[in-house]
Design a protein around this ligand. Sequence first.
Ligand code: ADP
Ligand code: MG
Length: 193
Amino acid sequence: MNAILELKNISMNYQEATSETQAIKDVSFSVNKGEFISIVGPSGCGKSTLLSIISNLITQSSGEVSVVGTVGYMLQKDHLFEWRNILQNVLLGLEIKKLLTPENIAYAKELLNRYGLGEFKEHYPSQLSGGMRQRAALIRTLAVKPEILLLDEPFSALDYQTRLYVSDEIANIIRKEEKTAVLVTHDLSEVVF
Ligand code: ADP
Ligand code: MG
């Protein structure tokens, strides 16, 4: 099997003025193309730190990370900009990466249509339900065509019933788009689901 993501002996110590926090100690694993893996653990155990290292937002204290392809990172909060409509929000990643080509814009619109937000392109985030916002955030992440998706407690901001529905939906989207995904959460039921 060919690993698309590989972590070898990753440790992370946060240095502060008077103290040091060891957030991660000696973590190793690998993920093959098309796999969906979940990491579950209590709050504070280093889950977000791990995803931030994989996405290269922070650098580990020791160990090696190898990633084949680009990484898309979906955070716990949807972080949609309230002053941009849904289409403008979904195009944000492409805009930042200077990839706003007609083909990429068409792909983003196609994702919105495919996943039931086509009619809401011109709406603003405040006009959408929590589940729809979360879907828009996922589409924004998918629009840049990442090979690996990182999901940080993606459903914890939603109420229980919405969560069941949205997690089913999002699992389907990831399956359909044949993405490799790493999900972290403190919620065992989310992982099982
Ligand atoms: P989780 O996502 O599992 O809740 P985190 O990765 O956010 O855990 O945090 C792991 C540990 O690292 C915690 O003890 C937290 O206080 C500490 N930590 C996280 N980010 C920082 C930071 N930027 N500076 C210092 N300590 C941090
Ligand atoms: Mg976290």
